[in-house]
Design a protein around this ligand. Structure first.
Ligand code: AHR
Length: 501
């Protein structure tokens, strides 16, 4: 199979905001307890954080981590996770039907984030609580001193403010599963008032309003418009959430699910711009795709979990090669919208639908989806260039899909150009000519791939190396055209750099 691809410096899509490589830690399953935090583990540090996990998070390259939920946040009293640990209450956690010990809260998590080299994206509870508790949390985290909440923080041992810059106004508030779910009118009003108060405490923060929990919600579209009519002036981002699964075991179809993400993003942009127009606003609303991933493997197992236990193994999807290729296609789709999608969170980071897995008391390892994410975060920085792609297509339930999904990112500072490409063809290699006529003097420096013996291959604790990056020979150049070869069912990173004069 053959394909042709061309890039021109004249057709940039937008600058990559590194926050599109964000992730998510929720108080759910073994994400916190037994995941990032496990005092007594041989690898744990002075605060009980697992150093092996910290190292993997650093390797993944995650610039921001959403916390503490998710569904969890809609019943959360943030004060429970501050101050002396012996005074912290144990609570029945209603979102996931577990016992929350509150051993970890914002006091600890902001320290974990520093050690991981990442920032916190903090969510406030707009379910069981409201604007008052939200503004107090901003005061606790970001106010220097001399007020009730800032002085409490200092008394708890943190002289310097946490300076958390990005805040989510609740989570999935349209979902009946959410504690104190709301109509769009109810949520829009409360989000606008919370936003006002939070920004009055700290005008430098950026706020994310909740979009629909997914594009499949019956209120999708109307929800976005109504919420933005109330909040447009006060917020900076609207959220999108989407999870995908190969439920009918049709790999070719599953690989095309990024078309759905693409359509979802386009629709939300249209709604944001509609509200911009009716408000005669100069401001352009940005998108925060703050939950996305593959999630379906653990669904049946999770139904069997005993309720009201501490940190049970929930949502522990074991990812296959095909999931890694889907994650690659989803990353490329986010990049193709770099002009509007300025934040995104792979949900989640450790143990819970995660690229990083741990054994409680034991080893940590990288799932298949770790690798495309790490590649994108490492090499997908700069300006995204529109791909002019000519390749064969196939019919899928998501519409007509190209056998190749691709995008290019130009890193002006490093004078590097990276092509990310997924070959969705399960049996055939794709010979793809990449025309770089605008990138004079650029030569190939790396072509590495993720693939495997079959689509269902996984990395497990005892076989953590089944799916790993593999280096291919550099593509031959024919003038400014690189003759690349994309193996069947593979994720490809093809890097070019300016030749030294
Ligand atoms: O990421 C798992 C859950 O998915 C989150 O708690 C919720 O926001 C979403 O429904």
């Amino acid at each position: 199979m053959k394909a042709k691809l061309a890039f021109s410096k004249s057709f940039p899509i937008g600058k990559v905001d590194p926050r599109i490589y964000g992730s998510f830690i929720e108080h759910l399953g073994r994400a916190v307890y037994g995941g990032i935090y496990e005092p007594g583990h041989p690898a744990s540090d002075d605060m009980g954080f697992r150093r092996d996990v910290l190292q993997l998070v650093q390797k993944l390259g995650v610039p921001i981590v959403r916390y503490p939920g998710g569904n969890f946040v809609s019943g959360y009293n943030w004060e429970d996770g501050t101050g002396p640990k012996e005074d912290r209450p144990r609570r029945a956690e209603l979102a996931w039907r577990t016992i929350e010990t509150n051993e970890v809260g914002i006091d600890e998590f902001q320290e974990w984030a520093k050690r991981a080299g990442t920032e916190v994206m903090m969510a406030v509870n707009l379910g069981t609580r409201g604007p008052q508790e939200a503004r107090e949390l901003v005061e606790y985290c970001n106010f220097k001193e001399g007020t009730f909440q800032s002085d409490r923080r200092i008394k708890n041992g943190f002289k310097e403010p946490f300076n958390i810059k990005t805040w989510c106004l609740g989570n999935e508030m349209d979902g009946p599963w959410q504690m104190c779910a709301k109509t769009a009118e109810e949520y829009g009003r409360v989000a606008a008032e919370a936003a006002k108060l939070m920004k009055w405490v700290d005008p430098s923060i950026e706020l994310v309003a909740c979009g629909s929990s997914s594009s499949g919600m019956p209120t999708f579209g109307k929800w976005e418009a109504t919420v933005l009519e109330h909040t447009y002036e006060y917020v900076d981002f609207l959220s999108l959430h989407s999870y995908y699964g190969n439920r009918d075991n049709n790999t070719q179809n599953f690989l095309a699910c990024s078309l759905d993400m693409d359509r979802f993003i386009q629709s939300v942009i249209a709604i944001c711009d509609y509200v911009k127009a009716i408000k005669r606003s100069d401001k352009t609303m940005m998108l925060s795709f703050d939950e996305w991933n593959v999630w379906f493997h653990s669904n049946d197992q999770d139904k069997k979990i005993e309720p009201w236990t501490i940190a049970p193994p929930q949502l522990e999807d074991v990812y296959t090669l095909e999931d890694a290729l889907v994650v690659g296609c989803l990353l490329i789709t986010l990049l193709k919208h770099a002009d509007r999608v300025k934040m995104a969170c792979l949900a989640q980071l450790v143990n819970v639908i995660a690229p990083i897995m741990t054994e409680t008391g034991g080893r940590a390892w990288m799932q298949t989806i770790f690798f495309p994410f790490m590649d994108a975060s490492m090499y997908g920085r700069g300006t995204v260039m529109a791909p002019a792609l000519d390749c064969p297509t196939y019919e899928s339930t998501y519409g007509e899909a190209g056998y190749v999904e691709t995008v290019g990112v130009y890193n002006e500072e490093k004078e590097e150009f990276t092509v990310f490409a997924v070959n969705r063809n399960l049996t055939d290699e794709v010979e793809m000519k990449v025309d770089l006529r605008d990138f004079e003097g650029f030569v190939p420096v790396d072509h590495h791939i993720i693939t495997g013996a079959h689509m269902k291959v996984t990395n497990t604790v005892d076989e953590p190396w089944n799916v790993l990056p593999m280096i291919l020979p550099l593509p031959a150049m024919d003038g400014c055209v690189a003759n690349t070869e994309l193996p069947p069912h593979s994720w490809n990173v093809i890097r070019f750099a300016k030749k030294a004069e």
